[in-house]
Design a protein around this ligand. Structure first.
Ligand SMILES: *Cc1c(COP(=O)(O)O)cnc(C)c1O
Ligand SMILES: [Zn+2]
Length: 494
């Protein structure tokens, strides 16, 4: 819709202006740094950073009802820069001019109510938010849209001529980074580091297809992460992991979309997130906090972070109920079908510790919880979801398994409604479905297929006599399929 056709009171708010004053703030020593430079950690103390808007308080002056209208009306705008995550521009990168924003179709992913069969067995009302319907088929695109819009802005300002964008990945970060880098063109080259044989064939082909340099490294993600950290410390490269606070900022859009989808009423809502490097749960907590502080939502939803038994350092940290006694202990991740979350030493742990405390404090009670699931439950719930109209990947299975576990542990009850994050598309992780169907998991996965969830193709071969004659071939094959399906023959009346 043309801006002239919007209601008068909305018009001046429709197209946002770059009025934010964004800074990096160290969560440890509170040092503040200008966002003209690319920082990943605090130059003083080495801790991770988050981006804050020093002009944030101006956003509190806009009445919440007006904010609701602005976001709702922006849905109808045909302005490319505002079609994706930047519908919530004021809360994301509100210093980036609109003409620097990269939009590849990310964000506004569907929120799909689970069918009644699924809700019955889970014994709670719930929705999948299908973040696998982002351009590179995972939620990582949200953070990349943010980080690359910022890089694009710096390039346009003449800060850089050539940038090498580099990341370590469990598969989806690299797919997203390579995609966005390739869109910008010559000014940005992309290199990705992957743990050898620890990403799926689809995930390996994504950055290759985008033309990135792909390095495979023996070991796990945590090893690749150490290498890129070392590279970004010693060489002139742009680090695109969620250590980069711009990634977190973009991923906050997930929370804003949930708020808008439920008409800004988040009472009795529960948001379930799988945890790997812990960037996503950081972003989701921070997003809700910002909307809450601006008065756009009246309630902070419950948040449940889910980890597999095979990679559960965050869960273990919070398993100690006394905050004073909590100790973070990195561990060596074991084989997991939730492979994108197979991380033993999450980079965002200090952010989680900071925001979990703040979130609960703002809510006035405990609202952030952590649960742990088995590998068996993760894949069984994924396959069950797939059999009921949902495109959940293994991590979607993990959040669903986590929701069911939380229900058992009475962290949630049947009066609540859950929104569970299906972080990637099922097709990216279809090798695990195949391995399940073929009963081929190595022992370390601890997964035994359930026959009722398995499936296999049936090869129908023609009888030799029919091979060369097409009509006979069609009849022969049809008869065999009909027999297999026990079809009843049509009655013809003359
Ligand atoms: C990256 C990723 C995760 C884990 O998210 P973190 O931000 O690393 O905690 C979960 N699921 C999928 C599909 C991912 O790509
Ligand atoms: Zn510091």
């Amino acid at each position: 819709m043309n801006t002239a056709n919007f209601p008068e009171k909305i018009r001046e708010y429709l197209i946002p202006k770059p009025e934010g004053k964004l800074v990096f703030r160290c969560l440890n020593c509170q040092s503040v740094y200008n966002t003209d430079e690319l920082f990943y950690t605090c130059p003083k103390c080495g801790e991770v950073l988050l981006i804050y808007d020093e002009n944030f308080d101006r956003l509190k002056n806009t009445p919440s009802a007006l904010w609701h209208d602005v976001f709702d009306y922006r849905k109808m705008l045909n302005i490319k820069a505002l079609k994706g995550i930047y519908r919530y521009y004021e809360f994301l990168g509100s210093m980036i001019p609109l003409d620097s924003i990269i939009y590849l179709g990310e964000g506004h992913t569907p929120v799909i109510e689970a069918n009644s069969y699924m809700q019955n067995i889970a014994q709670i009302r719930f929705f999948f938010k299908n973040d696998g319907q982002n351009p590179s088929a995972s939620f990582k695109d949200r953070g990349m849209a943010s980080a690359f819009s910022y890089i694009n802005f710096l390039i346009k300002k003449g800060k850089f001529k050539n940038i090498l964008a580099i990341c370590a990945s469990t598969g989806d970060t690299s797919a997203a980074a390579a995609l966005y880098a390739s869109y910008i063109g010559d000014a940005v080259k992309s290199a990705v580091l992957l743990p050898y044989k620890k990403v799926t064939p689809q995930q390996l082909l994504q950055p290759l297809g985008s033309g990135a340099k792909v390095f495979e490294i023996p070991g796990l993600f945590d090893d690749c992460m150490k290498v890129v950290e070392n590279l970004s410390k010693n060489y002139n490269v742009a680090l695109l992991n969620s250590k980069n606070a711009w990634r977190i900022l973009g991923q906050e859009s997930y929370s804003y979309e949930i708020a808008q989808e439920f008409n800004y009423n988040l009472k009795n809502k529960v948001v379930v997130i799988p945890i790997g490097n812990a960037g996503n749960i950081t972003a989701v907590m921070n997003g809700f906090i910002k909307f809450y502080e601006a008065g756009i939502i009246d309630n902070l939803p419950k948040i449940i972070g889910v980890q597999s038994e095979h990679a559960d350092p965050v869960y273990r940290y919070y398993a100690e109920s006394d905050p004073v006694k909590r100790r973070f202990i990195p561990l060596k991740a074991r084989a997991s079908v939730a492979q994108a979350a197979m991380i033993g030493n999450p980079v965002s742990m200090p952010r989680v510790i900071h925001l979990e405390a703040l979130y609960n404090k703002l809510a006035g009670k405990q609202k952030v919880f952590f649960v742990q699931t088995s590998e068996q439950d993760i894949i069984d719930w994924q396959l069950m979801a797939n059999r009921n109209g949902h495109i959940a990947c293994t991590h979607g299975g993990e959040t669903l398994a986590g929701l069911v576990k939380a229900k058992k542990e009475k962290i949630v009850n049947e009066t609540e409604t859950a929104i569970i994050d299906s972080t990637a598309h099922a097709l990216k992780f279809s090798v695990f479905t195949d391995t399940y169907f073929q009963n081929n998991f190595s022992k370390e996965f601890e997964i035994t297929p359930k026959s009722e969830l398995c499936n296999a193709p049936i090869l129908i071969e023609p009888s030799t006599a029919a091979e060369n004659r097409f009509e006979e071939f069609v009849k022969d094959i049809s008869d065999k399929i009909a027999a297999n399906l026990k079809l009843k023959k049509k009655q013809f009346y003359t």
